[in-house]
Design a binder for this molecule. Structure first.
Ligand code: ZN
Length: 314
């Protein structure tokens, strides 16, 4: 009985869009949806599901940090004109969420965190100094859901449902592209499962605690460290704490978000007895990555290759 009410509200939405759009569209020639994506992983989902049927506006530009991002005045205007805004809520991007509060009521807002099972942020390795890099949600949960391909599948599903509701004429297209995208993500997931099935180490030591969902999906343990980063003098105390942990747990590779300068990599090797490698948290793609036609899947495959080597998988 009660379900009748929410359903009628959801149905009212596409009707309203049709009413103020071109009634005679009949598919193709009508109003195109404009969809705003808060940052790269969401843009990747939205473009994959929306294809040529939609226009996409992405808030965080290439290479920029997602968490603290503040929409420009022009983007605020674009948000107000968008049909759908897709984002991660719970304080992941406070400035974006604040901007959403002042949008007109007819802009559909889709918070992709709502349909997912969230995990707490990983505690930082005791003895490492400073705070481990890696923003947390206001609940203390970990926002980096997109680094598990099965979460990408679930988020794509939610995007397809929302786009179809906003643009019923395009529903078949969204469903078809969702199917293709889902298959591709399923293949990526299978590669990770196979690639990480037999490894000498299951401990993923990282300076950016972005890989909690990835670790949970493939039976790894993420260890978050602080005090060693490309931008600062390494902390002797942190080096020692990580060295002890690495020795006790057979860790031979420490993962950073970007390549370390050679001298720091040499210091880590000498002090900790471990090599270093890069794991990309895919919070945005750099212009270089975009120039090389990188996308979510290709960067994830690079991450898999780095993990496979670093954890000594066969
Ligand atoms: Zn992060």
């Amino acid at each position: 009985m009660r379900s009748i009410l929410p359903t009628s509200i959801v149905l009212a939405l596409p009707l309203a869009l049709v009413a103020c759009g071109d009634d005679s569209s009949g598919g193709g020639a009508g109003e195109r949806l404009t969809v705003a994506a808060a940052f790269y992983p969401i843009e990747s989902i939205v473009r994959s599901v929306g294809g040529d049927a939609i226009d996409v506006v992405t808030l965080v530009p290439p290479g920029e940090e997602a968490h603290e991002y503040e929409p420009t005045p022009q983007q605020l205007t674009e948000l107000g004109e968008a049909d759908v805004v897709v984002y991660l809520g719970q304080g992941f991007q406070p400035n974006v969420e604040k901007a959403l509060e002042s949008l007109p009521d007819d802009v559909v807002r889709l918070d992709l965190l709502e349909g997912l099972t969230l995990l707490p942020i990983t505690e930082q390795l005791p003895g490492t100094e400073g705070e481990a890099e890696g923003e947390a949600l206001e609940t203390g949960n970990d926002p980096h859901v997109w680094l598990d391909p099965s979460n990408m599948q679930a988020m794509a599903d939610a995007v397809a449902t929302t786009l179809a509701a906003a643009d019923p004429a395009g529903a078949d297209g969204y469903t078809q592209r969702l199917g293709e995208y889902d298959t591709a993500l399923g293949a990526l997931d299978a590669e990770f499962t196979a690639g990480l099935a037999t490894c000498e180490s299951d401990v993923l030591v990282t300076s950016h605690r972005a890989f909690g969902y990835l670790a949970a999906a493939y039976d790894l343990t993420q260890i978050a460290i602080a005090g060693i980063s490309p931008s600062e003098e390494p902390s002797a105390k942190s080096l020692e704490a990580v060295a002890t942990f690495a020795k006790d747990n057979g860790v031979t590779t420490i993962f950073f978000e970007e390549n370390l300068p050679d001298d720091l990599a040499a210091t880590v090797a000498a002090e900790i007895g471990a090599g270093t490698d890069v794991l990309d948290p895919i919070e945005s793609l750099s212009t270089e990555q975009l120039d090389q036609d990188a996308d979510y899947s290709s960067v994830m495959r690079q991450n898999l290759a780095a993990l496979s080597t670093g954890l000594r998988c066969s």
